[in-house]
Design a protein around this ligand. Sequence first.
Ligand code: ATP
Ligand code: MG
Length: 572
Amino acid sequence: MTTAPDAATDTPPNFVREIIVADQQTGKHDGRVVTRFPPEPNGYLHIGHAKSICLNFGSAQEFGGRCHLRFDDTNPATEELEYVQSIQADVRWLGFDWGEHLYFASDYFERLHGHAVELIEAGKAYVCSLSADEIKEYRGNFYKPGTDSPYRNRSVEENLDLFARMRAGEFADGAHVLRAKIDMASSNINMRDPPIYRIKKATHHRTGDKWCIYPMYDFAHSLSDAIEGITHSLCTLEFEDHRPLYDWCVDNVSVPSKPRQIEFAKLNFTYILLSKRRLLQLVQQRVVDGWDDPRMPTLSGMRRRGYTAEAIRGVCERVGVSKHNSTIDISLLEHAVREHLNATSPRVMGVLDPLKLVLTNWPEGQVEWIEAPYFADDASRGARKVPLGRELYIEREDFKEVMVKGWHRLSPGTEVRLRHVGIIKCEEVVKDAAGELALLRCTLDMETRGGSAPGRKVKGTIHWLSAAHALPIEARLYDRLFLKENPGDVPEGGHFIDNMNPQALQVVRGAFVEPSLAGAAPGTRVQFERLAYFCVDPDSSKDLLVVNRTISLRDSWAKEEGKPAGKPAGKG
Ligand code: ATP
Ligand code: MG
């Protein structure tokens, strides 16, 4: 059974779903739904690809079909095994599974070559010996029809012979190309005898040196779809003008099925750049620390930063599928991440900028392990034990030596609630020899232990750690990578890298977290109460936990355009 969208609910628009529903009603493709996600292994996947993954795998899931993962590996020069592996890991992480349907366009090289020969034999392809520049010139433009290549009327025999010698490696790169013989006067430039095979003497990551001719994208892609029995070939809008060529390829060789190409709008966000070419520049110029740098809009970067697959899938679903390109406000993604982390991240206490505090009425050497729930509003979701001793760390910004109006945290002589403990009063401020704040001496009101303090009006609650038990951490505070809403918008002579946010990463050393996080596995996500969401980084070692700030608790960009978030604001 198919599930048509319910008009009564506010299901986001998805015209692809409507096409599939209609196809199933008319019995097209015998009701089958076979889609594919076809990445070129020339970079890591980014959040834009997530939309294509969700659409392809999601449609197959929804309609009881299947989705293939096919690597479009027809360009040996830019493709690498590392990318093949990272792409598979990212698709899995997003929550999708291709089962046994893992394919490589390179697996079809022999077959695609056969189809090229088939075209030559039918007089529908020829070997052209113009240079690349000449081909471009002969092609004309939008206003000017193309001119036939002088090689267009080579005989079938001559074409077969030249194509065989191209394959045998007799010619240098660029000496000849195989072109489809379509129509040099077509109003669609893609139909003006497009090259379908080129010579490229490069080692391929899978076929090694077996081939020195490689199929061009349009030819390889359409025929790979047809070979695999893809029913709905979903691609982005820039391929709309390629559709006639897609159909031409499928119609003119003997493939087992006829897929339909359907174009949808790309996903794009403000404040990030989604182009593998540009992301590669960031990596190669070492502006970021690799493809999975948590500042990157790659799926591996977002994962490392602590973004969840659920949040990303949710956003892809919410923006819908349409034919109109648009740019989505990045705060929509950030909001989805925050919302999911709020619902799922255990609360713990960490201190980024420690200030020592001594509880003068707490016996030296005494430690009490307090049971503290991970979620304040639902004790059934678990708890951990937090040690309380005489010496504590609190957040430096939770203390102000001079009180100001509206200040509800600690100051000389004022009271504040210590999370999970009770009310303390600041009795004395101790300075070091240089006159710098060294520690606070406070008393704990034992009557207020356990949360009950009838009649006591204390507005502020602060987080803390037992100094003797606190685990040292390195906190990497991440923020948006670019300061500009459209980072690709650069003045003349400028470069998009100039639009980077210099404060997109601030490394905080000398910070601490409660001992419950000892040995936490990379990928563990928590909320540091009152600060932000954090995720344990794989750089962590036995002696030092490294945590990445995934996102602040509130949107610090909402107020001022173009201003990076400062420190996360604590509650007053
Ligand atoms: P980029 O434009 O970032 O270099 P690409 O399109 O060259 O990416 P591919 O590996 O060819 O990268 O993409 C695999 C699939 O993902 C294609 O079907 C492509 O149309 C789709 N895709 C790429 N970018 C987006 C995006 N921003 N939104 C939705 N789908 C996308
Ligand atoms: Mg592409």
